[in-house]
Design a protein around this ligand. Structure first.
Ligand SMILES: CC(C)(COP(=O)(O)OP(=O)(O)OC[C@H]1O[C@@H](n2cnc3c(N)ncnc32)[C@H](O)[C@@H]1OP(=O)(O)O)[C@@H](O)C(=O)NCCC(=O)NCCS
Length: 144
């Protein structure tokens, strides 16, 4: 079910991204991530793409850039499976420290990351555009 994302997946990934993120990545963002060799995974069953995750591998750490699960498939463990698959890919490359940024208002994502052992290590003030002004980012660190 879990496999690397290809250029042929971008339409389906984009349609989930646009449905579940208030400020979605663009087609170009996904195309660039694939072209740059970022670790991009999808979960697919019977031709239906259900979720995705994109990890930027650094020199000695990695950053989770985006993760999403189609609304119809949320709360069934897919987000956790995608996150753990991304952590495994990082581990295979010797990248044990994983960073990510998340909105304080994103209770689902915060709970997912905490469940996977991520801890808050910092804040970026007014980092994200929000419906009324800006919103901080919580910087989290986890282990692969
Ligand atoms: C965050 C997201 C990827 C989680 O995917 P998911 O498949 O629904 O998550 P899972 O079913 O694997 O849940 C794993 C854990 O996350 C937490 N969680 C997930 N959704 C939650 C929710 N709506 N409320 C509270 N906790 C939630 C729970 O701790 C859950 O464990 P549990 O089922 O044992 O309680 C999904 O909600 C999503 O796509 N959100 C929109 C995109 C997004 O915000 N991405 C992150 C940007 S930083």
């Amino acid at each position: 079910m879990m496999r690397p994302m290809t250029a042929a997946d971008v339409d389906a990934v984009l349609s989930i991204e646009q449905a579940v993120h208030a400020h979605p990545w663009t087609r170009g963002n996904f195309a660039d991530a694939l072209a740059a060799g970022y670790l991009c995974q999808v979960d697919e069953v019977g031709g239906e793409l259900r979720g995705y995750a994109v990890l930027l591998p650094g020199v000695d750490e990695a950053e989770l850039l985006t993760i999403g699960v189609a609304a119809a498939h949320q709360r069934r463990g897919l987000g956790e499976a995608l996150l753990r698959a991304a952590l495994r890919l990082a581990d295979e490359r010797g990248l044990s420290r994983i960073f990510l940024e998340v909105r304080p208002s994103n209770a689902a994502a915060l709970a997912l990351y905490r469940k996977a052992g991520f801890l808050e290590v910092g804040r970026r003030r007014s980092y994200y555009p929000a419906p009324h002004g800006r919103e901080d980012a919580i910087l989290m660190e986890g282990r692969s």
